[in-house]
Unconditional design. Structure first.
Length: 401
């Protein structure tokens, strides 16, 4: 294998773990039975508390990287994931498990935004845009693999699914061995031929804040699907916990498909891409809400992954091709918005059920559908506000693709 290919796949291997936290979503009912004295909302936090600590480590990862380097910081994160991911296999204390899940998120956060910075170091132009899409695809592939293994191990017992995180061990080894050290300053370059007005900097900063807020809300709605679909299926009586794990696998498959096709999708639809992604998410939530069979719920799961993985990479690409001076920090802030939204999703679902005026999970998903439609309208408005008629930053990356 050529050196360039080894570098490419070694870098992408880290993305296999980025979306691994929800892999145990189908384990929630079994753990609720095992820890019957623990409130359900706290047990559900096992799938969301990684997002809170991921948010913290994302914020500090660039500062740590300046001290010890990008590669070393990312490698440390991968090592933490490997240890904390499988720790619940060996302990049965709920609070120790909760701490291990927090450390899992912290580890992911250390390398998550840095993998984007590393892509920006090694790739330019259309190759960089393709790598953004491939990172999303590998996130989906990792989600499929880890979720599938976890779902099969669930047949053994509630602790066995955590063995699926052992994949972090070879990923860590490959990353350390084949990723070269890079400079930690000015990793992202901007086309020097582009003439930018002075007020463009301020406008792009406002755009960043708007995107963070939008992603925060979208993530809280998106993650609600992941933590509630298993309960919906089992209480409705048309499936079991293993079936629910297949929904998460199909979500990851949808994410892979979107990541693989991302550069082609954005070339065709340009700045309509995130709006289409949000509308696909609205359709997915509606299908799950009206579903009374696994076939329809499977379709909803696939569309959920597909829609979100053309929405979020667009925001990352748009920010990384803007005139924001510190794009690594901007990327980290976007990820903070996502993970903060993911963390509060158990509580935002309660808020959404209050809006639905019902405890019905079916009605909750209908309300989620309406929420994504509202976000699509907001995204349309933001596009009209922040479109630069002189430079289309995303299309600039995809020219001649």
């Amino acid at each position: 294998m050529k050196k360039e290919q080894v570098l490419k796949y070694s870098l992408l291997s880290a993305s296999l773990l980025v979306g691994s936290a929800p892999a145990i979503n189908a384990n929630i009912p079994a753990m609720a039975s095992a820890f019957d004295t623990i409130p359900l909302a706290m047990i559900e936090m096992l799938t969301t508390v990684p997002s809170l600590f991921l948010m913290i480590s994302v914020l500090i990862s660039s500062f740590i990287a300046k001290k010890i380097g990008y590669k070393q910081t990312a490698s440390l994160g991968l090592l933490i994931v490997a240890v904390s991911g499988i720790l619940p296999v060996f302990v049965s204390n709920f609070y120790l498990i909760l701490i291990s899940r927090a450390m899992l998120g912290f580890g992911i956060g250390l390398f998550n935004s840095l993998t984007v910075a590393l892509v920006n170091s090694f790739y330019q132009g259309k190759d960089r845009a393709k790598m953004y899409g491939l990172q999303s695809a590998f996130e989906g592939a990792g989600g499929i693999f880890i979720t599938f293994i976890a779902g099969q191990l669930l047949k053994i017992g509630w602790q066995a699914p955590f063995l699926a995180y052992a994949i972090a061990i070879p990923v860590c080894i490959v990353f350390i061995k084949f990723i070269p050290k890079v400079a930690t300053a000015n990793d992202i370059s901007v086309d020097k031929n582009v003439i930018v007005k002075e007020n463009r900097f301020k406008k792009d900063n406002i755009m960043l804040i708007s995107f963070i807020a939008l992603l925060f809300v979208a993530a809280s709605l998106y993650m609600t699907m992941g933590i509630k679909v298993s309960t919906l299926i089992t209480t409705a009586g048309y499936g079991n916990a293993s079936d629910a794990s297949l929904v998460i696998i199909l979500l990851s498959l949808g994410a892979i498909t979107a990541g693989t096709l991302f550069s082609k999708i954005i070339k065709i639809f340009k700045q309509l891409t995130p709006i289409i992604g949000l509308l696909i998410l609205a359709l997915a939530m509606f299908l799950i809400g009206i579903s009374n069979s696994m076939i329809i719920t499977f379709a909803g799961g696939f569309l959920t992954g597909f829609g979100f993985k053309i929405f979020m990479p667009y925001l990352i690409g748009r920010i990384n091709n803007s005139q924001i001076k510190n794009t690594p920090l901007a990327t980290s802030l976007l990820l903070v918005g996502f993970n903060l939204g993911a963390f509060i999703s158990p509580y935002s679902s309660i808020f959404m059920q209050n809006i639905a005026l019902s405890d019905s999970l079916n009605r909750l998903f209908i309300v989620l559908s309406g929420g994504f439609i509202c976000l699509a309208v907001i995204m349309l408005v933001l596009n009209n506000i922040f479109t630069n008629k002189e430079v289309n930053y995303v299309s600039m990356e995809l020219a001649d693709n």
